[in-house]
Design a protein around this ligand. Structure first.
Ligand SMILES: *Cc1c(COP(=O)(O)O)cnc(C)c1O
Length: 449
């Protein structure tokens, strides 16, 4: 079987995610035959380093024996069971573990089967908490500009990436949007921390004005990933936690992309020393094996729903695959690897290698900035090095980098004109340096004219 055999059949019957299907008239679709470690291999025998962890989900490489083994074992025991009225060991063990490793106070896990639905749960729970405690007027949400929380109608409503949102705007609830502390937009000469402090004034003003009608503030801690890997200083989260408490508004931390070590700590909130009221986790939760998501919250929220059935205070939300045992087994095996291999400590070395390998790009005439938070590194291509403004999206310059990378054993999929690395944690320094070379050549090609 060759690539072309699969591709032809695929294009007859599939509709791919986040894709203008007409692009595949000129852009090859790549059918993957197998994965091993950081490598993906197609049917023609070409190999690609998975530099973006297959959309940020993979943590320990493809077909990791420990996780594959755990899923196989679980598949022989119990593949799935309804989680209402029934329970199973993997979901209990996973919940105990998550309560133990997440920031203090988070003591309950509610499961869903993808990130967007986890965000929906956090939004609904927050509103429902206020309703159950006699404040039904608290029904709005505050969000940051350029934020991303998923693709469903509820999550698009609290997101702010125009490319995904604009078309559906007439269908969406309206959020209160506050300018992001995005460090790329800081004044020349000011630090990330100073910029975050200054930008917090907007949040403070929004809370003062809207707290009485607001259920929660929702943020992506430290890195706005889908918003082209824009980053900000943890002091913003410290201020936000304090202000949410003072104004009586929940804080939802969407750690779907940044959780599980991506920012250098297990959870990004740790860098600010804060506990949110709701924490959404997915993506790396199963190291890229199976769809699973969870929302953690604390006892005060839980207790506001705990009552006699007839009060109708219960959270009557569910998804068919909630708490799937195979996915929970994959998640447990993933967390075992974190402990067994001291992953967070080892990643510090890898993050340093990433920074060194890409440092030279900061001098590139068409790179506005090379930024990094832990295991996420991004180089932003700009027409004018002295202005933090991207190339017009219509030029699709990132696509040139993508195609160049494919020809050079790498899967790098820029976001607009932002080339980034978010690799599996089993990548080697040599592979990082290869990716840096390929990225540099790609950026040269993409910014030539
Ligand atoms: C990916 C992502 C989501 C949505 O998760 P899905 O599983 O794709 O629905 C939500 N929030 C953030 C920050 C994400 O990166």
């Amino acid at each position: 079987m060759k690539n072309s055999d699969i591709v032809k059949r695929d294009l007859d019957v599939l509709w791919h995610p986040c894709t203008q299907m007409k692009d595949h008239e000129w852009l090859p679709l790549i059918p993957v035959k197998k994965g091993e470690g950081v490598w993906l291999e197609d049917f023609d025998g070409n190999r690609y380093i998975d530099a973006i962890s297959s959309w940020w989900v993979n943590l320990f490489g493809h077909c990791h024996p420990h996780i594959s083994g755990a899923v196989q074992q679980q598949a022989a025991e119990l593949e799935h069971v309804i989680l209402a009225g029934f329970s199973h060991e993997p979901v209990v063990r996973l919940s105990e573990k998550l309560v133990q490793i997440t920031p203090p106070g988070l003591s309950r896990c509610f499961y869903t089967d993808n990130g967007s639905s986890a965000v929906e749960v956090a939004l609904k729970m927050s509103y429902h908490y206020w309703r159950n405690t006699g404040k039904p007027e608290k029904l709005k949400f505050i969000t940051l500009s350029n934020s991303y929380h998923g693709e469903t109608l509820g999550t698009l409503g609290v997101g702010d990436v125009a490319l995904y949102k604009e078309t559906y705007k007439p269908l969406l609830m309206e959020a209160i949007t506050v300018p992001s502390p995005d460090a790329f937009l800081r004044e020349p000469g000011s630090s990330w921390a100073e910029h975050a402090e200054r930008m917090f004034a907007h949040m403070e003003a929004a809370l003062e004005r809207h707290a009485h009608e607001t259920a929660a503030v929702i943020v992506e801690p430290l890195v706005q990933c889908a918003g082209t890997m824009r980053m900000y200083h943890p002091v913003y989260l410290e201020r936000l936690r304090e202000a949410c408490d003072r104004h009586g508004v929940h804080l939802i931390a969407d750690e779907i992309a940044v959780g599980f070590g991506r920012t250098g700590t297990m959870f990004a909130c740790e860098q600010a020393g804060i506990s949110p009221d709701f924490m959404c986790l997915s993506k790396g939760l199963t190291a890229g094996y199976l769809p699973l998501a969870t929302v953690l919250t604390h006892d005060r929220i839980y207790q506001a729903f705990y009552d006699d059935y007839a009060t109708l205070r219960a959270f009557l939300h569910s998804h068919s695959y909630t708490g799937n045992p195979l996915a929970c087994a994959a998640a447990l095996a993933t967390l075992e690897l974190f402990e067994r291999d001291d992953v967070i400590a080892r990643n510090r070395e890898l993050a340093r290698e990433m920074g060194e390998a890409f440092a030279h790009l900061a001098d590139h005439p068409h790179v506005g900035e090379v930024r990094q938070t832990g295991m996420v590194l991004a180089a932003e291509m700009v027409p004018d090095k002295h202005k933090p403004e991207p190339y017009p999206w219509e030029e699709r310059r990132g696509m040139i980098v993508y195609q160049h990378a494919l020809k050079n054993e790498a899967l790098m999929r820029p976001l607009g004109s932002v080339v980034y690395l978010m690799p599996p944690y089993v990548i080697t320094p040599e592979q990082i340096r290869h990716l840096a070379r390929v990225a540099t050549e790609g950026i040269d090609l993409a910014t030539r004219a």
